[in-house]
Design a protein around this ligand. Structure first.
Ligand code: NAD
Ligand code: IPM
Ligand code: MN
Length: 346
């Protein structure tokens, strides 16, 4: 089998720190992969005003089997314009419509809820990743005046909603899950809500083997804290998914633990930790590398390298059980010591 080609975009802040360890761990896993690093990020943008070079997205789509990304965001860049163009650009240009974000507690010690065990927190959020409030439609009228108006449109297409709901059902079947929950706010946002509801009914009819549930997103946020055990697969829109997956990260121990895959089946997909560039701790050997390393494992599993992926997941689990942890999850190790421990225990 030829080596899988991985494009690495470490990005900004702690993205650079955690991705270095994800690469070491991928090497230690024995996976047949080769890396090409890209310097897209704030430093490059501040240097030459380039966020994504010409043909950058088609290079990723056509030249690589997968993309491994760190995080994008830098306080020196106004509105983080580079991060939008790079990160949201990849999701949109590569059409990575399913953002798969597992919410999996590895050890009771990590959970902020009392009496919570790994069996209580083990579900996956599938976030629509190409439209919704992120569609970048809208505008500003009378800018800079007392009458200024900003409009941000919520874009929901039948095609976009249909494919992500179908993805959630397929994901459930493939992972032995029996239940899918769709979450929206159709009691207030009636136009988009009606479309989501109708697609949900229609596509759901094709999956009689899967139990279907629905919750409004506000009620779901409460239930994720009060009774997370009931959830197996949750599908929702882009913005609700963004917010719920930070809550989901908290249930796993914090943003440092959470992994994700931005997926279009059959096309070059992108894997990244859920967290951002964390300027408050960047460059201080404080970042938890586990979310990035777990994202690298998701990438291998997606590429069919399931044994290597399982080895990485097992090493992360032993690190947690043996308390080889960074300070965000109650440990004393630095990023480097934690990353090296995992790489050497594959
Ligand atoms: P953040 O995820 O960077 O940080 C939130 C808090 O969590 C901070 O206190 C940070 O120190 C902590 N944290 C995050 N990851 C951690 C880790 N691995 N280990 C230990 N602690 C960790 O979110 P933010 O502060 O809202 O955003 C900072 C920048 O990152 C912004 O520019 C934002 O737009 C960007 N961002 C990028 C992505 C991405 O590239 N996928 C995701 C979220 C935020
Ligand atoms: C995420 C991030 C991004 C998002 C930001 C950085 C644009 O919060 O990946 O969750 O909102 O999708
Ligand atoms: Mn987010």
């Amino acid at each position: 089998m030829s080596k899988k080609k991985i494009a690495v975009l470490a990005g900004d802040g702690i993205g650079k720190e955690v991705i270095a360890h994800a690469i070491d761990v991928l090497r230690a896993s024995g996976a047949e992969v080769e890396f090409t690093e890209f310097d897209w990020g704030a430093d490059r943008y501040l240097r030459d005003s380039v966020t994504v070079p010409a043909d950058g997205f088609s290079l990723l789509a056509n030249g690589f089997d997968a993309v491994l990304a760190g995080a994008f965001g830098d306080p020196r860049v106004q509105f983080n314009i580079h991060a939008r163009e790079i990160l949201l650009g990849m999701r949109s240009h590569l059409d990575l419509y399913a953002n798969v974000r597992p919410v999996k507690l590895l050890d009771s010690l990590l959970c902020p809820l009392k009496d919570c065990s790994p069996e209580d927190v083990n579900f996956t959020i599938i976030r629509e990743n190409t439209e919704g409030m992120y569609g970048d439609l809208g505008g500003v009228f009378k800018r800079g005046t007392a009458d200024e108006i900003a409009v941000q449109e919520d874009v929901n297409t039948w095609k976009g909603v249909e494919r992500v709901i179908r993805y959630a059902f397929e994901h459930a079947r493939q992972h032995g899950r029996r239940r899918v929950l769709m979450s929206d706010k159709s009691n207030a946002l009636t136009h988009a809500g009606s479309l989501w509801q109708r697609v949900w009914q229609e596509v759901g009819g094709e999956y009689p083997d899967i139990e279907k549930q629905h919750m409004y997103v506000d009620a779901l946020a409460l239930a994720m804290v009060r009774a997370p055990r009931q959830f197996e697969v949750i599908v929702t829109n882009n913005l609700f998914g963004d917010i719920l997956t930070d809550l989901g990260a908290a249930l796993q121990g914090g943003l440092g633990m959470a992994a994700s895959g931005n997926i279009h089946p059959g096309r070059t997909s992108m894997f990244e930790p859920v967290h951002g560039s964390a300027p408050d701790i960047a460059g201080r050997d404080l970042a938890n590398p586990m979310g990035a390393i777990a994202s690298a494992a998701m990438m291998l599993a997606h590429l069919g390298l399931t044994q290597e992926a399982a080895r990485i997941d097992a090493a992360i689990l032993s690190a947690v059980r043996q308390r080889k942890l960074t300070p965000d999850v109650g440990g004393t190790l630095g990023t480097r010591a934690c990353g090296e421990w995992i790489a050497s225990h594959i």
